[in-house]
Design a protein around this ligand. Sequence first.
Ligand code: AMP
Length: 328
Amino acid sequence: METVVSGIRPTGYLHLGNYFGAVRSFVKMQDAYNCLFFIADWHSLTTHPRPEQIRQSARNILTEYLACGIDPEKATIYIQSDVPEVLELYLYFNMNIYLGELERVTTFKEKVRKQPDNVNAGLLTYPTLMAADILLHRAQKVPVGKDQEPNMEMARRCARRFNNIYGVDFFTEPESYHFSEKAVKVPGLDGSGKMGKSEGNAIYLKDDEATIRKKVMKAVTDAGPTVPDSPKPEPIQNLFDMMQIVSTPDTWNHFNDLYNTCNIRYGDMKKQLAQDINIFCAPIRERILELQADTQTLDRIARQGAERARESARQTISEVRRIIGFRS
Ligand code: AMP
C-alpha cells in the first residue's frame, strides 16, 4: 500500500485554504492509503511563537483534523516535535542540498520580500525539513495546495540527490496529490493572492456565521462591468473562484450570467457566498466545539500517533544510517 504524508503548521486555526488545498484530500485518502498527517510545529518556529501559543495551536489543529473527519483509527495523526527522528534526516538533506538551490526556491524569495527583518536559516531550510517530513516515512504521495509546488520540487530533489550520492534506490520521488485534477489555490478576498494566516485574510473553519458574513462583505470589488462578456479583474475573479469552491454550479452560473450581461450586484453575490461558506462550515464548527473540551482524548490520540509515527521513522533512519556508513 502506498504511503501518504502531509502536515499543517499550527499557527492558529485551519482556514478554508487549508481545508480545500489539503485537508479534504486527507479525509478522502485515509481509506485507500497508509496515511500519516502531522502538525508541523517545528516549521512554525520560523516566526518565534510563545510556548503557550504553540501548545494551544497544536491542540486546535488536532481538534480540527478530527472535526473535518480524519479518523485516528484509519490515519496516524501526530505532532511533528513528538518524532525527533525527522531532525536527523533534515540534517542529512541539508548536507546534500546547496545554498544556491535553497535561495532560488520561490516560496523562500516570497518570505524574504514579506519579512525582510526575519530571514533566518530555518526559513531557508524550510523545504529540506519538509522533504524530511515526507521521506521520513518514504511517502509516495503528498496532498498539498498549489502554493507548495516549489517545496515539493525540493523534496523530489532531496530524494534523487540522496540516491545519487550513495548509489542506492532508497527514496522514491514523492508526488503531489490533488483532490480533483488540478491543484487548488483558494484565493484571498482582499483583492489579490491566496488565502492565508500570514496574509491576514483567512476565513477560519471555526468562524461563526456573523464573522463569515463580515469577512465576505468586506471582499474587494469594483464598479462592475460596463461591456458584456468582459474579462474579470483579479479581485472579481477571486470572488468567483471562491464561489466555485463552496457553492453549487447553478449558483456560480447564475452570478456568472449576471456578470456577463452587466447586471451583477456584488452585494447580492457576497451575501450568497457568505451563506454558502456558512453552510459548509457549520457542521465542522459544531464538531470542533464538541471535541475541544475533551483534552484527555486529544492527548491520547497524539500519543498514539507519535508512537506509530516513530516506529515508521526509526525504520527509515536505521536504513539511512546504514547507507551513509553510520551504525544503524
Ligand atoms: P500552511 O498553512 O502554510 O502550513 O499550509 C498547509 C497546507 O494548506 C498546505 O498543503 C498548503 O498548500 C495548503 N494551503 C494553505 N493555504 C492555501 C490556499 N490559499 N489555497 C490552497 N491551499 C492552501
